[in-house]
Design a protein around this ligand. Structure first.
Ligand SMILES: CC(C)(COP(=O)(O)OP(=O)(O)OC[C@H]1O[C@@H](n2cnc3c(N)ncnc32)[C@H](O)[C@@H]1OP(=O)(O)O)[C@@H](O)C(=O)NCCC(=O)NCCS
Length: 170
C-alpha cells in the first residue's frame, strides 16, 4: 500500500489543540519507548501546540476519528523549518500514516512561507530515512557521534518550493 491510498478504516489528520497535550506526550512515549532521550512532557507539548511557528498534527482513526495513532511536530523560523519529531504507533506503521502526516506538515509549512525543511535522524533509523527520502529529502550533512549511544545523525533537507505537494488523502 502506498501513502496515497485510502485505508480501510476512516482516518483523519488534524491540528492538535491544547486539550491534546497529554495525549501527544503519551503517543510520543509509546512511539519512542526504547529510543534515546528523555520523555517529552505535557507542558512541552502545550508550548508546541500554542506556538504560531509550530505545526503540530495528529493522525486519528475510528468511526469518529477518536483514536489517535500518530503525530508530527515541526517548527518554522523565517523561511526555514525543522522537523522536531514524527511517530506512528507500531501497530499502524507501514500503512502510509507517517507519509500522510509529514506531507500535511510540509503543506502547512510551505503555506506559512517555509522554503526548506531540515530533518535530523539517527542514520541507522531506516524507516524514518526511507520515509523522508520518499518525500524528496536529500542528505546534506551528518553529525558524527551526535547521539548518546555514539550513533551518527544524518541531516537531510526537503525543498518545499519545488516539491510537488498534494493535499493528503487521509
Ligand atoms: C518513521 C515512522 C514515523 C514511519 O511511519 P509509517 O507510518 O510507518 O510510514 P509510512 O507507512 O508512511 O511509510 C512511508 C515509507 O517509509 C518507508 N518505510 C516505512 N516503514 C519502513 C520500515 N520499517 N522499513 C523500511 N522502510 C520503511 C517505506 O518506503 C514507505 O514507503 P511505501 O509506503 O512506498 O512502502 C515510524 O516508523 C515510527 O513512528 N518510528 C518510530 C519513531 C521514529 O523513529 N521517528 C522518526 C525520528 S523523529
Amino acid at each position: 500500500m502506498t501513502g496515497d491510498e485510502a485505508p480501510q478504516t476512516k482516518s483523519r489528520i488534524r491540528q492538535a489543540t491544547s486539550f491534546d497535550a497529554s495525549l501527544l506526550a503519551a503517543l510520543h512515549k509509546a512511539c519512542f519507548d526504547n529510543a534515546e532521550g528523555e520523555a517529552w512532557s505535557d507542558s512541552a507539548m502545550i508550548q508546541f501546540i500554542v506556538s504560531p511557528s509550530t505545526v503540530t498534527l495528529l493522525a486519528t482513526i475510528g468511526p469518529n476519528s477518536a483514536e489517535p495513532i500518530g503525530f508530527v511536530i515541526a517548527r518554522k523560523a523565517a523561511d526555514e523549518a525543522e522537523l522536531l519529531t514524527i511517530g506512528v504507533l507500531a501497530d499502524y506503521r507501514k500503512t502510509g500514516f507517517g507519509g500522510s502526516l509529514l506531507r500535511q506538515a510540509m503543506l502547512d509549512l510551505k503555506a506559512g512561507g517555509a522554503g526548506t525543511l531540515y530533518l535530523e535522524v539517527d542514520e541507522t533509523n531506516h524507516p524514518a530515512l526511507a520515509l523522508y527520502k520518499r518525500l524528496g529529502a536529500r542528505t546534506v550533512g551528518n553529525r558524527p557521534g551526535y547521539y548518546e549511544s555514539g550513533k551518527n545523525a544524518a541531516i537531510l533537507s526537503i525543498d518545499l518550493q519545488s516539491f510537488p505537494l498534494e493535499a493528503s488523502t487521509r
